[in-house]
Design a binder for this molecule. Structure first.
Ligand SMILES: N[C@@H](CCC(=O)N[C@@H](CS)C(=O)NCC(=O)O)C(=O)O
Length: 243
């Protein structure tokens, strides 16, 4: 009789930061499949404390010097969506990219929509330096959620009956929703998209990505300070803040 030896748990390390929406996707993907991992905090350049030196392992293996980067048993990958696809190949647990070719193509296409359309609107709100850019980004975000809503009319998740890479791509928006409302998201999001947010919050992996009040406040203060600085340079106020 042959005995099967259980494969040893892989060693997984995420180089990332809570403030980075792309890192959040990867934390969610790891949390969703229940993979224990180490976290090495590498803040985005703008958030690094004076004198912060990124670990050599990070600078050597992240081709663009960007977070997130993940190491699994000595192999490194960067770039959130390719990382999530790669984790399916090298880790146990619920895959996030369906194996059926049609379902796979749909999940990847929807993840790319989130990456390109939803994220650019989201980033336009909190990096907006003038009222018009903030307001048009708010409209663009609301409009993009109508597309998400049309997908969610058919199923509970963005690309079918189970959580996929498309949902992982979107969760950073839900983590930031309150902050976005504080800094200029004034348009109503699609109700089905908001139901998706609630469903995400009920997942076990949510606990690994949600912000503390102190984290939300820290980003809020940074955004307000950056806007005030922009105002000083341009000599006019930015008013699109709801709080
Ligand atoms: N396409 C990349 C984008 C990653 C990215 O833009 N990360 C930002 C932080 S949120 C970064 O590392 N920027 C470089 C820096 O801060 O120096 C992904 O999906 O992972």
């Amino acid at each position: 009789m042959t005995e099967t030896t259980p494969s040893p748990s892989p060693s997984v390390t995420l180089f990332g930061h809570w403030s980075c929406p792309y890192s959040t996707r990867v934390s969610f993907a790891l949390g969703h499949r229940g993979i224990a991992h180490d976290l090495i905090e590498v803040p985005p350049t703008k958030m690094r404390p004076d004198g912060f030196v990124p670990p050599v392992e990070f600078t050597e293996h992240s081709p663009l010097g960007e977070i997130p980067m993940v190491e699994v048993d000595g192999t490194y990958r960067a770039d959130s969506l390719p990382i999530i696809e790669w984790l399916d190949d090298c880790l146990d647990g619920a895959p996030l990219v369906p194996s059926d070719p049609q379902a796979r193509a749909m999940a990847l296409e929807r993840a790319r929509f989130v990456d390109e359309v939803v994220f650019s609107a989201m980033i336009g709100i909190y990096y907006g330096t003038d009222e018009e850019r903030i307001a048009s980004s708010s409209r663009a975000l609301a409009h993009a959620t109508e597309q998400l809503g049309s997908w969610l009319r058919a199923t509970h998740w963005l690309a079918g009956p189970a959580v996929t890479i498309a949902d992982a791509a979107l969760v950073p928006l839900w983590v930031r929703l309150e902050l976005l409302e504080e800094v200029g998201l004034t348009d109503r999001l699609d109700p089905l998209a908001l139901e998706h947010r609630q469903r995400c919050e009920e997942l076990g992996a949510w606990a690994s990505i949600e912000w503390t009040d102190a984290e939300r406040r820290e980003l809020l203060d940074r955004i307000l300070a950056a806007r005030a600085h922009g105002e000083e340079r341009r000599g006019g106020p930015v008013q699109a803040i709801r709080s």
